[in-house]
Design a protein around this ligand. Structure first.
Ligand SMILES: NC(=O)c1ccc[n+]([C@@H]2O[C@H](COP(=O)([O-])OP(=O)(O)OC[C@H]3O[C@@H](n4cnc5c(N)ncnc54)[C@H](OP(=O)(O)O)[C@@H]3O)[C@@H](O)[C@H]2O)c1
Length: 308
């Protein structure tokens, strides 16, 4: 799926591109699932503030994405390994976060062996695995940035998105007492992920309930920072997805893999679309109301070639 220019979802077009060949330090991955993340939609639509406009274009491409095949996360099988690759073997089922290489909206991609890539937990499907890295790695980054500690009172604002659903589960793993904030339709979901309390933001303003928190993580970037700060304990911390650029590493993904294997982290999937319908998937993610993750399945011998 090639992003032909910056714009609405239909700038994504099905095209035949050359199958990549791995370099000596790379693996060739046959992709079975990817996801449409909020970041993919930001890049596709170039939804960047005026302040970051020039830097954004220099980084991503002046008139269209320099890396025309978007897609930040993948799950698939290693088809070939370069001659210097030691960490992975042919046939391994892996999942990955591709960072600025993008490239997951395709049947194949190559990644260096030192990428943010790990062998998938054996109890996951490819679809579930593709739903983990984006939200999981971001949530881990911000909770660590907030120096999360066991027995703290932690509030996750925007607990129903990709980052939020992971943050609730990770905060529980770290031993915190977790309060999730979401809308009415997502209250049961957030409870099911282990939140001790859930506040429906359509019914109540958490900053006016008189509760104080040791850590507030705005996982959707929509809470007022000054209001959040009023709901903090004297040494409390406030972190937001709006601040900073996380740089996840392979160890972080291995950390998540361990939590999945031990049943402490699960994938939250809202909808699945085949790659041919990724334009629809982008339209849905653009609404800003997805629950957890929107996964894309990439099937061999699918409609892809028939459509072409
Ligand atoms: N710092 C970085 O490097 C970085 C990188 C990637 C992404 N981000 C940002 O991270 C944020 C989260 O990403 P994501 O993929 O998790 O988002 P997402 O899944 O698209 O978030 C959607 C969820 O947010 C909830 N929501 C929408 N408006 C809300 C509000 N006013 N209050 C509370 N919840 C609200 C929605 O539920 P309801 O509509 O039902 O409330 C929905 O479940 C995005 O804003 C993205 O821009 C930052």
């Amino acid at each position: 799926m090639v992003c032909t220019k910056y714009g609405p979802p239909d700038v994504l077009q099905l095209q035949e591109v050359e199958k990549p060949a791995p370099r000596d330090n790379e693996v060739l991955i046959r992709i079975y699932a990817t996801a449409v993340t909020s970041s993919d939609c930001i890049i596709r639509g170039f939804k960047v503030s005026t302040r970051r406009w020039i830097l954004g274009r220099l980084l991503l491409g002046l008139t269209k994405p320099r890396k025309p095949v978007l897609g930040l996360v993948l799950a698939g099988e290693i088809e070939t390994v370069g001659k210097d690759v030691k960490r992975f073997q042919m046939g391994a089922r892996v999942y990955a976060f591709t960072k600025f290489r993008f490239g997951a909206y395709a049947e194949y991609t190559c990644l260096p062996e030192d990428s943010v890539m790990a062998v998938m937990p054996s109890n996951l499907t490819y679809e579930e695995a593709a739903a983990i890295p984006f939200g999981g790695l971001l949530a881990l980054h911000y909770l660590r940035k907030g120096n999360i500690q066991s027995e703290q009172k932690v509030l996750i604002y925007g607990a129903s998105g990709a980052v939020g659903t992971s943050a609730v589960q990770l905060a529980r793993h770290f031993g915190a007492e977790v309060t999730g904030v979401c809308s009415t339709t997502n209250v049961e979901l957030v409870k099911s992920l282990g939140a001790d309390q859930v506040i429906d933001y359509t019914q109540a303003d958490f900053t006016k309930k008189g509760e104080l928190y040791d850590l507030i993580f705005d996982a959707v970037g929509k809470a007022s920072a000054s209001n959040c700060e009023k709901a903090l304990t004297p040494n409390g911390k406030y972190v937001s997805v709006g601040h900073g650029s996380p740089r996840p590493c392979a160890e972080d993904l291995l950390f998540l893999t361990e939590l999945i294997a031990t049943g402490q982290l699960q994938a939250v999937i809202d909808r699945c679309y085949p790659l041919e319908q990724i334009v629809e998937a982008h339209r849905y993610v653009d609404t800003g109301h997805k629950k957890g993750n929107v996964v894309i399945t990439v099937e061999q011998n699918s409609q892809l070639h028939k459509t072409l």
